[in-house]
Design a protein around this ligand. Structure first.
Ligand code: G3H
Ligand code: ZN
Length: 279
């Protein structure tokens, strides 16, 4: 199955009223695990690399190329996406590497600044056939400070999409990034109001903090792309801790990283089933 365009996966999910799972890649093993989990679920999936992960590696090229190659070898449709890019240079690099989409995150700017910067990036990406997600109404937690109170206004969101030409919109509806407890409350009436007002698919960020049954409800209410990172990090790290505790003699990282990769694959299969549960 070839690497596919992100818009194909998200568009098909939106038309069917299903969620499209988008999971963050830090190391190559995450890409392998996410694809294995999607293959087990028989579902398409989006691999995304955040600007923070790029900072960890020191550059996008190596992890980006590896992720694209893992996607190309998959037995289900897989798209590769740049997540939370705050500068146009990284966006250009992702486009050159063959990513199908980017999220340009100018949500820390005021409304006019966000519109101007995002419209410029969107025009440049569209000239290369690349799908663009942007954010309005900053979802908290990116700096470690949880701010589940932020909300995106439906009328402003509709105006923003028309002014920027973006293909999908990340909205603030009660979640916050990097939560390790499932205590976020998704504002479902707001999701429905945004769905009615905004003509492009909506994206849920900070999904790790959402109780699992609410993930299905959030999709039913109108969210399509569901971004999950921290939940996988919890599974990955727990598997390594457990493996090392049970095998104190182990020194070969392949032993415990393989255990973590398997754990992440199982979680991806389960989460994809939750976001793709038929209403
Ligand atoms: O962009 C990535 C996501 O919004 C992931 O958030 O780490 O809270 O699941 P999370
Ligand atoms: Zn996010």
């Amino acid at each position: 199955m070839p690497l596919v365009a992100t818009g194909e996966i998200v568009g098909a999910a939106a038309r069917a009223g299903l969620g499209a799972g988008a999971f963050n890649v830090i190391q190559i093993e995450h890409a392998q695990a996410i694809v294995a989990g999607a293959e087990a679920a028989g579902a398409p999936v989006i691999l995304q690399i955040s600007e923070n992960a790029v900072r960890y590696h020191g550059a996008l090229a190596a992890i980006g190329r590896a992720t694209v190659e893992v996607a190309r070898a998959a037995r289900v449709p897989v798209a590769v996406h740049l997540d939370h890019a705050t500068g146009p240079e990284l966006v250009r690099e992702a486009v050159d590497l063959g990513f199908g989409s980017v999220m340009f995150d100018a949500s820390a700017l005021d409304y006019d600044g966000n519109v101007a910067a995002t419209a410029e990036v969107a025009a440049g990406c569209h000239a290369h056939g690349v799908w663009v997600e942007a954010e309005l109404g900053e979802v908290g937690g990116k700096d470690g400070v949880h701010a589940p109170g932020a909300r995106t206004d439906p009328a402003e969101a509709a105006a923003y999409v028309s002014a920027t030409g973006v293909d999908a919109l990340a909205v603030a509806v009660g979640t916050s990034h990097a939560m390790v407890v499932k205590a976020a409350v998704v504002d479902l009436p707001l999701v429905a109001a945004l769905r009615a007002a905004v003509p492009v698919p909506l994206v849920l960020h900070g999904s790790s903090g959402v109780p699992e049954s609410d993930l299905t409800r959030a999709v039913e209410a109108g969210l399509t792309k569901v971004n999950i990172a921290t939940h996988l990090n919890v599974a990955y790290t727990r598997a390594i801790r457990d493996h090392l505790a049970g095998h104190p003699e182990v020194v070969d990282p392949r032993k415990y990283v393989a255990a973590a990769r398997d754990a992440v694959a199982r979680e991806v299969t389960r989460l994809l089933k939750l976001v793709r549960a038929t209403p």
